[in-house]
Write a protein that binds this ligand. Structure first.
Ligand SMILES: [Zn+2]
Length: 152
């Protein structure tokens, strides 16, 4: 089993494609449900003590990284890919509080990024306006000079 960078071993949870059954409580696990395998025994998330965790789909790397950092316990969710012929990461399971905190912080970051982008756009506009203004003054001078040249 692979180790996460922070030294915590990765817990792996599978999304099953075939109906299965929890070896402990006998719960039916339907295709698309989560299944944890421990010592080659299939367990539902409740029996694996993972049912308090929330699923975060892959995609937002900042939220994923932060959730894992804030969550005392996290699991990697994988699903067998017929095409890739291997297990592919679908997301992670993390504590809801960790997920909330990660989302809140990332939203704040996104606001800062958006504000920064808006500010630099305004700055660009001002710059363009000034260039435009300078150009039109030069045009006016040219036309005055032209007129003057034409008269003489
Ligand atoms: Zn069970």
């Amino acid at each position: 089993m692979s180790k996460a960078r922070d030294g915590k071993p990765d817990i792996v949870v599978f999304i099953v494609h075939r109906p299965s059954k929890c070896s402990d409580c006998g719960l039916e696990i339907h295709p698309g449900d989560f299944l944890h395998v421990h010592d080659e025994i299939a367990l539902c998330l409740a029996c694996a003590d993972l049912d308090h965790l929330e699923f975060l789909e892959r995609g937002d790397t900042a939220v994923t990284r932060r959730s894992r950092k804030y969550s005392a316990m996290s699991a990697v969710v994988v699903e067998w890919s017929k095409y890739g012929k291997r297990y592919e990461r679908q997301g992670i399971l993390v504590e809801p509080e960790a997920l909330d905190r990660a989302v809140a912080e990332s939203d704040a970051d996104a606001d800062v990024r958006a504000a920064r982008a808006a500010r630099s756009a305004v700055r660009r506009d001002l710059h363009d306006d000034r260039r435009g203004a300078r150009a039109s003054v030069r045009d006016r001078i040219e036309s005055v000079l032209d007129a003057w040249r034409g008269e003489s």
